[in-house]
Design a protein around this ligand. Structure first.
Ligand code: OOB
Length: 572
């Protein structure tokens, strides 16, 4: 089934593919590369080399706990080599893209480092993604392999992989944690005997692709390099006071940038701490793990934080070890923030970050009011953060404006996908970055006199469903494929628990479709369930702006006006 050796005839094509990938990932301008090296931000250590060093320094100390499995730093390093040898045998080599879609389990950590060491490039999908998204990631990245688990939360990832393989010709390998059926079993790739695997990449090479929440039809690939990400880990470790005694609970989906690097599992390993992997973020399971492993720190999105706050008073478990609860991914309202210390007996740290780079933290010892009411300050002194008006001009202090940023760990551009439809190649980067390389975050913020940011809203056409980002256009495009949909506009509707939920306004064609039918239509098309609108409103025509575009603002106002009067949502 597998092709262990790469024949010389295929090698040049592969090399060309890697060059093409590199060319499509914008690099920092040379003078900024020099600056970031001179300032000591970018150092010469890849993630593969980092783990080797950590294994030498911390050998027998525990690195990772999952259920009954405990791996020391040495064992983790050895397992990574074991998998790297197996992946190499399978034909995975430098520059190959591998889409990883795994729930929280230790194999995720092992696979990341094994791919890093080989110089292969993971592309991080979330477990909630479905056929539509995974197919897009595999195609956009021209992935050679897909790493999944067999089943989780009632969903069979192998069945999805079968469909994806039919439509993505580059996808040669599917690797499965658990029951592999016709695919390659993860466990069979672990080659326990063999030479240590040499670390292939250089520190400024691409390391992996994160995925953007997206504002357009399809999520964009975010290229991250060893040196820029390594720096973001070191700064995070400083801001979050990670030490050898840190015990970090991975409760959010591990592939998300927040539990990966703020400081996340990578930062905590770099700091010599210990990871405890929670299969699910429910209070029951996590509270038990906090007690058993004496967890000191974890990160949550606001809805989960509120769930934990509600459960804590009835909890049987001893949560006294918990020192820091980080909350981010969406705005935490100050009322909820104030409840954290009394309910959980720990400190709150607000985290306002983005997979594209910039991360802001409140300080652990900041005045409590600052922690409760702001989203923190940029973690690096080299972060350039501007609050600007519509013409990119800085606005007077204290005003609300668009947040734009550049710095030593904020990408200078998304992966440039080949042109599709009317959109010329690279057009997205031209919109998303200013001419002098600032990333337009799409967030509306206010900056306090002491440089703390307060997130006030958003310009981007996105719904932030409790930290999960949904691009309106992506859902609109899907709905337009339905025969009874003439036009559609997807907007956020306020929600006390999730902050926002997805609502679709539809102008029907012919018979008005039932909400349930549209919701099912989207799920059948393989769209992740969190993107499926939970409310549909039907209109004869859309309100328009002065220039004849759909006025989403007017639609959101309609929604507010009908908030209490209207029918319940379509539901799952
Ligand atoms: C994190 O990363 P992404 O890429 O999923 O989403 C980034 C966007 C931000 O541009 C902002 O719109 C929103 O999520 N966001 C927040 C927030 N944290 C993120 N909005 C308000 N308050 C916050 N605290 O979400 C992410 C990446 C690294 C660390 C933490 C979060």
């Amino acid at each position: 089934m597998t092709n262990p050796t790469s024949s010389s005839t295929t090698a040049p094509t592969r090399r060309a593919t890697l060059d093409d990938i590199i060319e499509r990932c914008p690099d920092y301008p040379l003078e900024r590369q020099r600056l970031y090296r001179d300032q000591g931000c970018w150092i010469d250590e890849t993630f593969g080399a980092m783990l080797r060093r950590l294994s030498a320094e911390h050998g027998p100390r525990e690195a990772l706990v999952e259920g009954n499995l405990r791996l020391s730093y040495t064992e983790l390093d050895q397992r990574v080599d074991g998998l790297a040898r197996g992946l190499r045998r399978l034909g995975i080599e430098r520059g190959d893209r591998v889409v990883i879609q795994l729930p929280n389990r230790h194999e995720f950590v092992v696979a990341c480092f094994a791919l890093f060491r080989l110089g292969a490039l993971p592309v991080f999908a979330l477990p909630a993604h479905r056929r539509f998204e995974v197919e897009h990631f595999c195609r956009a990245a021209t992935a050679k392999a897909l790493l999944i688990c067999d089943k989780d939360a009632g969903f069979d990832y192998r069945a999805m992989a079968r469909d994806v393989r039919l439509t993505v010709p580059t996808l040669k390998q599917v690797i499965v944690c658990g029951e592999a059926q016709e695919f390659t079993a993860f466990d069979d790739l672990l080659e326990h005997e063999g030479e240590p695997v040499e670390d292939v990449p250089s520190a400024h090479d691409l390391a992996f692709f994160q995925l953007s929440g997206g504002t357009t039809g399809v999520p964009k690939l975010i290229p991250r390099r060893h040196d820029d990400y390594h720096y973001s880990l070191r700064e995070s470790n400083r801001a979050c006071a990670v030490t050898l005694d840190t015990v970090y609970l991975v409760a959010l989906p591990i592939a998300h940038n927040f539990p990966m690097s703020s400081p996340g599992f990578l930062g905590v390993l770099l700091g010599g701490g210990r990871l405890v992997i929670a299969p699910r973020p429910s209070p029951d399971e996590c509270f038990a793990l906090i007690e058993r492993e004496r967890v000191t720190m974890t990160s949550l999105v606001p809805p989960l934080a509120m769930l934990w706050l509600d459960s804590a008073p009835h909890a049987q478990a001893d949560l006294s070890s918990l020192d820091i609860l980080q909350v981010g991914g969406a705005k935490l309202v100050s009322e909820a923030a104030r409840r954290v210390a009394p309910a959980l007996g720990c400190r709150l740290q607000q985290v306002f970050g983005m997979a594209e780079g910039l991360v802001n933290y409140t300080g652990l010892d900041d005045p409590i009011e600052l922690i409760n009411t702001t989203q923190g300050q940029p973690m690096s002194e080299l972060d350039e953060v501007l609050v600007v008006d519509d013409d990119d001009q800085p606005i007077p202090p204290g005003g609300v404006g668009h947040l734009i940023t550049r710095g030593p760990y904020t990408i200078p551009g998304y992966f440039v996908a080949p042109a599709e439809g009317d959109e010329p190649e690279g057009a997205h980067n031209q919109r998303a970055f200013t001419h002098d390389g600032f990333y337009r975050t799409g967030d509306r913020v206010q900056m306090t006199p002491d440089g703390y940011l307060i997130v006030e809203g958003r310009d981007k056409d996105q719904i932030n469903r409790g930290g999960e980002k949904v691009a309106a256009e992506e859902v609109e495009n899907q709905l337009l494929a339905h025969d009874n949909v003439h036009d559609v506009a997807v907007v956020a509707m306020p929600d006390p628990y999730l902050g926002e939920r997805v609502c679709a306004f539809v102008v029907p064609r012919g018979e008005t479709p039932k909400p349930m039918v549209l919701a099912r239509f989207l799920r059948d098309r393989g769209l992740a369930h969190y993107k499926v609108p939970e409310r549909f409103e039907f209109l004869e025509a859309f309100p328009q702006t002065g220039v004849g575009k759909i006025s989403k603002k007017a639609l959101r106002q309609t929604l507010k006006a009908h908030w209490f009067a209207s029918e319940p949502a379509a539901g799952e």
